[in-house]
Design a protein. Structure first.
Lengths: 115, 116
């Protein structure tokens, strides 16, 4: 079975540009999570969805960040406008289905560099 | 709070040695998860523990759910070079009502280096 798929794997952009990160969760999972990882702050939960509905977005840094999940197999995380401090690795994870909802499976991540 | 503290922060060992690391919290957790992250990849779930005192193995890895429910341990036996990576413990956060809905708190990680 395919794991969590993220695209792009790497993104380099200039400050002020819009960035869109994409995620396809594992089929059958009903929870989807967006994380950000930096050396300074480790893994931070940004937002998570259950059955395509945003449940908790308290980790979203500011209004420049938004996330959507239009259907069970696709989610996006958008940053507009991007800033250099947004440079990090962004992970998508999913859980649920036949497995325990706490057992999150991570994608390979998108390494974002904002110049 | 619900912070998870991992120790040691880093380990440098020789191939073939056994490894022990632990994770502690001031709060009770009902589930403990151990993940490994290879460079340039996402964390991979190694072991999940759901019962105090539970001891679970996955190949050369063994993890234990502490009986106080405030700690967990991960052991790796006969380490090999591919064990290199960052090991994270994680547990579900509890909301004000005492339940959790899949949100995980992660430790800061233990960096493992294995010398051939």
């Amino acid at each position: 079975d395919a794991g969590v798929i993220q695209s792009p794997r790497h993104e380099v952009t200039e400050m002020g540009q819009e960035v869109t990160l994409r995620c396809k969760p594992i089929s059958g999972h009903d929870y989807l999570f967006w994380y950000r990882q930096t050396m300074m702050r480790g893994l931070e939960l940004l937002i998570y969805f259950n059955n395509n509905v945003p449940i908790d977005d308290s980790g979203m840094p500011e209004d420049r960040f938004s996330a959507k999940m239009p259907n069970a197999s696709f989610s996006t995380l958008k940053i507009q406008p991007s800033e250099p401090r947004d440079s990090a690795v962004y992970f998508c994870a999913s859980s649920g289905g036949l497995a325990h909802y706490n057992e999150q499976f991570f994608g390979p991540g998108t390494r974002l560099t904002v110049l | 709070g619900q912070q998870l503290n991992q120790s040691p922060q880093s380990m440098f060992i020789q191939e073939g040695e056994d490894v022990s690391m632990n994770c502690t919290s001031s709060s009770i957790f009902n589930t403990w998860l151990w993940y490994k992250q290879d460079p340039g990849e996402g964390p991979v779930l190694l072991i999940a523990l759901y019962k105090a005192g539970e001891l679970t193995s996955n190949g050369r890895l063994t993890a234990q759910f502490g009986i106080t429910r405030k700690d967990s341990f991960l052991n790796i036996s006969a380490s090999i070079p591919s064990d290199v990576g960052i090991y994270f413990c994680a547990g579900p956060r509890a909301n004000a009502g005492g339940t959790s809905y899949g949100k995980l708190t992660f430790g800061q990680g233990t960096i493992l280096t294995v010398h051939p």
